[in-house]
Design a protein around this ligand. Structure first.
Ligand SMILES: NC(=O)c1ccc[n+]([C@@H]2O[C@H](COP(=O)([O-])OP(=O)(O)OC[C@H]3O[C@@H](n4cnc5c(N)ncnc54)[C@H](O)[C@@H]3O)[C@@H](O)[C@H]2O)c1
Length: 253
């Protein structure tokens, strides 16, 4: 396929999930060859199949992003096989785990930071040497709008997503001189099956009606921004955090 991402090799973590699947399909439709990483083999395969059925190119990479030695070895093997990795989208995550501050035990805390922060850090560690050598690369970290405003019961999730924003800015400075850009996308609520079950359709409909747009964010809205940041059109954009928080309708007066 040809398009805005023609010839790019893109690694997306958590690409078996709702948003990652959408990113993989859109980026492949725009010409990218996609490495679909996920901890769930069946989900990774489903995304690979969806990309191929639309005429795109994709392969699966199954591991836990928090298992650093395995993650590093598998990414390096993919890079050796394909010749390079041009774009990394750090998207793997766990959400919907609202918990009171007192109930967040150490295992819970570690898992949240291991997946979102450590996984993103070490996925980048695996691709940065090649990007530096080619003096070209793009990293997109998927944070959350909640990192910007915080939610009750979200100290572990919101904290980990906030840490990704600090990482984005540090890397933008550290790697910018090597032709590598690093940006973050911080989606607001994107309802998918688990969210629908957790919040219920009535709550979601009320939230949608309260927004200026009159609707909630869809996966394709987030994918469009991710695909843009991965493209040459965004070559000058570095160290930015794109919050997709939806604002409520303004009150008159
Ligand atoms: N959906 C939203 O409302 C929303 C809002 C803001 C941010 N986000 C973020 O967007 C990203 C994607 O979320 P989503 O909504 O598609 O959720 P999702 O649960 O559908 O997808 C997440 C994917 O990550 C994978 N994953 C989880 N742990 C992993 C691990 N240790 N190693 C590798 N893969 C792992 C899961 O298997 C899943 O396929 C996440 O980082 C999430 O925090 C989502």
């Amino acid at each position: 396929m040809t398009g805005q991402l023609s010839g790019k090799i893109v690694l997306i973590t958590g690409a078996g999930g709702t948003l990652g699947h959408s990113h993989a399909c859109l980026m492949a439709a725009r010409g990218a060859q996609v490495i679909v990483q996920d901890i769930r083999a069946d989900a990774a395969t489903a995304t690979v199949d969806a990309v191929r059925q639309s005429g795109g190119e994709a392969s699966a990479l199954v591991c836990d992003v928090a298992d650093v030695p395995t993650l590093t070895e598998l990414i390096q093997a993919e890079e050796a096989r394909l010749g390079r990795i041009d774009v990394l989208v750090n998207n793997a995550g766990i959400s919907g785990m609202t918990a009171a501050f007192e109930d967040i035990d150490e295992a819970n805390f570690d898992r949240m930071f291991d997946i979102h922060f450590k996984g993103s850090f070490y996925a980048a560690r695996a691709v940065i040497p090649g990007m530096k050598a080619r003096r070209s690369g793009k990293i997109i970290n998927i944070s959350s709008a909640r990192a910007g405003y915080g939610a009750i019961g979200g100290s572990h999730y919101d904290g980990a997503k906030g840490a990704l924003i600090g990482l984005t800015r540090a890397w933008a400075n550290e790697f910018g001189g090597f032709g590598i850009t690093v940006n973050a996308v911080a989606p607001g609520l994107v309802p998918f099956d688990a969210t629908r079950r957790r919040l219920g359709e009535d709550v979601l409909a009320k939230r949608a009606a309260a927004t200026i747009a009159g609707r909630l964010i869809q996966p394709a809205d987030v994918s469009a921004l991710v695909a843009f940041l991965a493209s040459h059109d965004a070559d000058i954009i570095n160290g930015q955090v794109y919050s997709m928080k939806q604002h409520d309708k303004p009150h008159a007066g």
